[in-house]
Design a protein around this ligand. Structure first.
Ligand SMILES: Cc1cc2nc3c(=O)[nH]c(=O)nc-3n(C[C@H](O)[C@H](O)[C@H](O)COP(=O)(O)OP(=O)(O)OC[C@H]3O[C@@H](n4cnc5c(N)ncnc54)[C@H](O)[C@@H]3O)c2cc1C
Length: 476
């Protein structure tokens, strides 16, 4: 019987455990122990039911176009529990000079694919609009060198586009800054488009044309929602996933402190206890993985510890119907840095996922922190709520002076990996170093995708890597 240790019980570690559990159930002679330092499993995924509302503490949904989370849900019998975002209401605002301005129709990330709405939008100056038109003639540019997203966007559309769109969009997804994040790690498709087509606008148009050509020969697929979630919130995935595992294989409230390798055996130490395994999957943030590997491989440990993480904070506020009626339609808004606010983004949850709040309630979720505002994590909940309420009132108007029905504050310290310039090179070095330890695999949001679907995929891949090293996974 081979034994595998999984360290970290977030969605990455649970996904790895699920893959091994499937093998175990099908008769493969393997067992596993999952170690999680907290009492609760799920890591950044947590949903609470408060006064008739479903409040997401961390991730609220996942991108539909990345299939791995939905596929896992289907395997768990949750296919009929998946729901899409209410895209009929999809409208996002940017705060510009303290006014909410709708993002123009046809904007894909920050690439205008429909020129007229972008030209008419009050969001951009005449200079940026001229840049948008000129971008159509951007020549192809082959380069393997990495650069920041800000440098890339500025080259195509100018500085204003970085400040008004790229930066707020990235701070909403990565809690990071366009001036630090790596183009090749975060937006590889754009790098590819620049190399082949030059212009991003033309690249997008070309991609749309190709899709249209395919759908003229086959019936067009039904339009899919941008975001997918579960009726019971992201927690539903965690609860059903945990229930599918062997309860005797899960150890919560156990922090692994050290890994030691002797020939093909790994010793996992936590407090006064230690146990022996044939393989180890490290599914923690990379700085933790680096710490536990310090005694085993100093070079690997150093590379892992060099990946930076940002902290963030979500604040949920529920209001009565009068606030709901006073709010603008749409999914919410993003706040550029130049506005000088601490709220980075706000979601009108009752519009994005209507079932998450009763019809006479408004549920607003704000996102704060990120790499620019770590100090907010030091503030007490009362002070955070006051900051958020003051800013919401200034942005959305006096109706937000109303007393919330409830508020919730969730702090996520060092939870979001920052893929800075050179990230892909670092991941290549990490992989080379890891290969020296065949019984070791790495999973989590620090490597090749921060979203829930990528974490599900990374957990499953780590499991197949370890099982393959033990000769138990022919497909890997
Ligand atoms: C506020 C927020 C909002 C987000 N929103 C979205 C979203 O809407 N959609 C989306 O797709 N993604 C979103 N993300 C990203 C996504 O949720 C995360 O990247 C993903 O959940 C990370 O999962 P993980 O298992 O890799 O890490 P984690 O969830 O961080 O889990 C790692 C686990 O390892 C445990 N651990 C650490 N060290 C040890 C140790 N030494 N011993 C034992 N256990 C240890 C930790 O306690 C933790 O439970 C969001 C992230 C945040 C922070």
């Amino acid at each position: 019987m081979k034994r595998i240790a999984i360290i970290g019980g977030g969605i990455s570690g649970l996904s790895a455990a699920y893959s091994i559990e499937e093998k175990r159930r099908s008769g493969t002679p393997v067992e596993y122990v999952l170690f999680e330092s907290r009492l609760r499993l799920g890591g950044v995924l947590l949903t609470e039911e408060v006064d008739g509302c479903l409040v997401e503490a961390g991730a609220d949904s996942f991108l539909t176009e990345k299939p791995w989370a939905a596929e896992l849900c289907a395997k768990l019998g949750l296919a009929d529990q998946l729901i899409g975002s209410n895209d009929a209401q999809r409208k996002t605002y940017i705060l510009a000079k303290n006014k909410l301005v709708a993002m123009p129709d046809g904007l894909m990330f920050m690439v205008p694919t429909k020129i007229m709405p972008a030209i008419r939008s009050p969001l951009f100056s005449a200079k940026t609009k001229i840049r948008m038109a000129a971008e159509w003639f951007h020549p192809p540019r082959e380069s393997s060198a990495d650069e920041t997203v800000a440098q890339f966007v500025e080259r195509h559309y100018g500085r204003e586009m970085v400040e008004m769109l790229a930066d707020p969009l990235l701070s909403g997804v990565y809690g990071g800054q366009a001036s630090e994040l790596s183009l090749r790690a975060v937006l590889p498709r754009f790098a590819d488009m620049e190399a082949k087509q030059g212009s991003l606008g033309r690249g997008m148009a070309f991609a749309r044309k190709q899709a249209a050509a395919i759908s003229s020969t086959t019936p067009p697929p039904a339009p899919r929602p941008l975001f997918t979630t579960l009726k019971g919130g992201m927690q539903q995935l965690i609860s059903v996933l945990v229930a599918s595992l062997d309860p005797g294989s899960i150890k919560t409230s156990v922090t692994v402190e050290l890994l030691a390798r002797e020939l093909d055996r790994w010793t996992v130490s936590a407090g006064y206890h230690s146990d022996q395994f044939d393989g180890v999957i490290l599914a923690t943030p990379t700085y933790e993985a680096g710490l536990v590997l310090q005694g085993t491989d100093e070079a690997l440990s150093r590379e892992l510890r060099e990946i930076q993480y940002s902290s963030s904070l979500t604040v949920a506020l529920a209001y009565n119907d009068s606030v709901r009626r006073a709010l603008p339609p749409g999914f919410g808004f993003l706040v550029p840095r130049s506005e000088g606010r601490r709220v980075l983004a706000a979601t009108f949850v009752h519009n994005k996922f209507p079932h998450r709040a009763p019809a006479d309630r408004a549920l607003i979720r704000c996102f704060l922190g990120g790499s620019r505002d770590e100090p907010i994590l030091q503030k007490g909940e009362h002070e955070v709520v006051k900051i958020v309420r003051d800013e919401l009132e200034q942005i959305l108007g006096p109706s937000l002076r109303a007393e919330p029905l409830f508020t919730r504050v969730y702090k996520w310290r060092s939870a979001m990996a920052q893929y800075s310039v050179g990230h892909l090179e670092r991941i290549r070095r990490i992989e080379e170093l890891r290969l020296k330890h065949p019984g070791l695999a790495l999973a989590g949001n620090g490597y090749s995708g921060i979203g829930v679907p990528d974490c599900v995929r990374s957990g499953a891949e780590a499991a197949s890597t370890i099982l393959a090293a033990m000769g138990m996974w022919s497909a890997a």
